[in-house]
Each structure stands twice: as C-alpha cells, then as structure tokens.
Design a protein around this ligand. Sequence first.
Ligand SMILES: Cc1cc2nc3c(=O)[nH]c(=O)nc-3n(C[C@H](O)[C@H](O)[C@H](O)COP(=O)(O)O)c2cc1C
Length: 390
Amino acid sequence: MLRYFTAGESHGEALVAFISGLPAGLKVDQSFIDRELWRRQQGYGRGGRMKIERDTAHILSGVRHGMTIGSPVSVQLENRDWKNWQEALPVGEGDPARHKRVASPRPGHADLAGALKYNFPEARYVLERASARESAARVAVGALAKSFLRELGIEVLSHVVGVGAVSLNPQASWEQIQNLFKREEILLNCVDAEIEQLMKDEVDKVLKTGDSVGGVFEVVAHGVPPGLGTYAQWDERLDAQLASAIMSLQAVKAVEIGSGIAAAAAPGSAVHDEIGYSVDGNFTDFTRTRNNAGGIEGGVSNGEEIRVRGYLKPISTLRRPLQSVDFETRQPVSAAYERSDVCVVPAAGVAAEAMVALTLSRCALEKFGGDSMGETVRNFQGYRAQLQSY
Ligand SMILES: Cc1cc2nc3c(=O)[nH]c(=O)nc-3n(C[C@H](O)[C@H](O)[C@H](O)COP(=O)(O)O)c2cc1C
C-alpha cells in the first residue's frame, strides 16, 4: 500500500517526507525532483521567502544506484532560512527572550484555532506547521509518484484558470498545458498570454493596496486508463480520494471534478458525455463527445482525461491587517504580519499535481500490484490487452 507522511516546521532545520509502497526498480531522477520543487517556488505574487529558498531534495533512504529498492524512501529538504531562526526556534530549551511570538492571530489562518486546540499562549508553533512550506515535502514525494505513473503512460500537470476576478475560458488543451510546463519562467501559469497579463494586473492591484488574492487551478491527468478507483466502497471512489487530496492543501476551500459546479445548474442532456464507438484504439474503442465528467464516473476513471480544480481563498496574512485581539492582553489590535505571499495559485497547482499523482499511484498500485516495476508494468499491460479485446 502506498503511504506517505511529511514532517517539519516552516522555519525549522528541514522538511522531511517519507513514502513507502513504491515498487523496486523505479528510476529516480534527482534533477526532475528538483525541477518540480523549483516549479512550486515560482509564480508572480510570491513573498521574500522564495528568494531565500532554492529547494533541493536530499534522498536519505530507499534509493540506491538511481533506483528504488522497495524499502521506504525518505527525502530531506533543507530550510535555508533556518540559520536565521536557530535561536528563535531551538529544539532545546533555548533562551525564551529570543522566541518570536505571534501575538495576535490572523483571521483566516490556523493561528487561533491551533492555539486553542494545542493550548499554546500564542501562535508561533501553529503557523510553523500549518504553513504551506509543508507542501514542498509533498512535491518531493509527488515527483516520485509522477515518475512511477510515467512508466504506465500517465502524465500529471496543472495550469491556472483563475486569479481573483479574472478567469480563463474555454478549456485549455493538453498540448497547451504541456507547453506551459516547458517554460523557464512561471508567472501565473496560464495558457493564454492575454489572460495571464490580466491575472498579473490583478496581483499588482492587491500588491498596491496591501491585500491578497485567491484563484483557481486545474490539474489534468493524461493517459489514465479506465478502471482506477471503485464505486464498491465510499472511501475507494477515485473522485472522493482526489477531492480529499486536493482539499488537504493549504487555502483550498472547494474542489471541482470536471464541470461539476456548472453541471449543478444545467439539464442532464447538456452535461452527460455521450458515448460512441470507433476503432481508434487507445484503451478501448468507446469514445466520448466531451468530458464534462472530468474523466470519472461512479468513482471510477473512465479513460478520459482526469480534470480536477482547486479553489483557493485569498492569502490570510495581509500587509494591511484585519482586526484581531492580542493573545495576552485580549485588547483589540491588528492581526500579526509576517513576510508573506499575496498570490499562490500556480504554486498550489504544482502541489496539487503532487497530490493527484500520489492518489493515482496508490489506485494504480491497488489495481495492478507488483513489488518490482517489471511486475507492475507487466500486470498493467495484461489489463490493457484485456481492455483492447473487450
Ligand atoms: C503554495 C502556498 C503558499 C502559501 N503561502 C502563504 C503565505 O505566504 N502566507 C499566508 O498567510 N498563507 C499562505 N498560504 C495559505 C495558508 O497556508 C493557509 O491559508 C493556512 O495554513 C490556513 O489553512 P486553510 O486556509 O486551509 O484554512 C499558502 C498556501 C499555499 C498553497
């Protein structure tokens, strides 16, 4: 079974990710992992932190001679900012006078709920773990999942479809999204240059006013065979697993599969993807005229592209802070401010790619099994032959 965890505080020494259940014999390309980490750090509207960090994956276990060996893989990402925080966040007792308190909770962040839950007198420890710095660790193991999926012909990428009030319409093609991936500069990761400029203007607007902005990303999984996930149990449905994986990302407040939101207001005849038959021979000869279902019906992948969107609320740390209360005095004060991003939609999309890749990998391993890549690929090809002769 594919399982993964992360550990680490935003300003601690390092982040660590741990993944077990990958078959042996999967090629591990360090430069691919580092490029994925770089992509997560990009985007117009990021804060100063991203100028300090340049993440690289340090693999500690589970990979030898460039390949997985079937044992758990652990990866460490150093926090370059740690050198400035050793006295404020020591593992040992340290000097309390050096602590950096977060004196007033930020509305929208985890500060108040976390401090109440863990009985902390202020929010420093809360934001250290609630911070989306954690998502870098997911991207590291997500890169391994992407490498695994590639062996089955599955690719996972994302693009941005909305920033604030600006949105992309119509749907981006797989080719357009692939071209985005090749770019060496990531601004708002939108396939349409004119819309991307409008998105940039939207970020400039909030930069000027000390505000922040949210948006929408779309993750597309290309080459997914029919049959991943199942309707047989509620928690094994692929749509449910993807929704949970995407919703687990910081600041994501809604998830949409295919055109799920618009579908709720449309008649069935305008929503459901009609079925045809022609000998075009990918996975099967069944065809669809469109893909409103986002590649999933009944909790099972149907052979079309999987399209899943995440809706991000605006970042909660504001340069012009909202009203809050001082933890100690209980007097009204402005919410705390600490160096912050104002727009993270492209980065969230990259983290979401990792979550989709990890989810699809788990489902694929459940279906095809295998302790070595040879065995998994052989099983996959057997299933593919079964589909083709259906
Ligand atoms: C890639 C990424 C970067 C983020 N950067 C910041 C940030 O710099 N400042 C901030 O206040 N929130 C940031 N967030 C959002 C917070 O982490 C998130 O709002 C907070 O942990 C509370 O969780 P919730 O929004 O899911 O309720 C970021 C989110 C993502 C996905």
